[in-house]
Design a protein around this ligand. Structure first.
Ligand SMILES: [Zn+2]
Length: 136
């Protein structure tokens, strides 16, 4: 399910909460990747024979991949969640996070949101309290 579908299904508050949890799980995994890189240096120093070298290399490359992949995911998730969260006040009645999603840019039709084109990161919201529509 894409970002927009998840937001419609869960509602903004729960979606936002889950984005924060998911984002921080990726951040934790990113740190585990860094620990794997450090471990691979230890393994490299204490290696015995060609199998030790392969294991050190495998742990190191796995750590690099996990670090870069998880950092990218964390960044995407947090940028989108924070942007939407910061603009979730209705401009008319100031109700926070009480909106339904009318439409969204291409970025939010993907999971995780693709933030390469900032023009596609938008969300059209309708206030459930007063009916006002605005673009986030
Ligand atoms: Zn309103």
């Amino acid at each position: 399910m894409d970002t927009l579908g998840r937001m419609r299904l869960l509602g903004f508050r729960k979606w936002y909460e889950r984005q924060l949890v998911e984002g921080h799980l990726y951040l934790t995994s990113c740190f585990l990747g860094i620990i794997a890189i450090a471990s691979s240096l230890e393994l490299y120093g204490a290696r015995e024979g060609p199998l030790g070298l392969v294991v050190a290399l495998g742990v190191g490359l796995g750590g690099v991949w996990a670090t870069l992949f998880c950092w990218e995911r964390y960044k995407r998730i947090m940028l989108v969640a924070e942007h939407i969260g910061a603009h979730a006040h209705c401009p008319e009645c100031n109700a926070y996070a009480r909106f339904s999603v009318v439409d969204a840019g291409k970025a939010l039709h993907q999971e995780p949101a693709n933030i390469e084109d900032p023009k596609e990161v938008w969300l059209k919201a309708r206030c459930r309290k007063c009916g006002c529509e605005w673009t986030i």
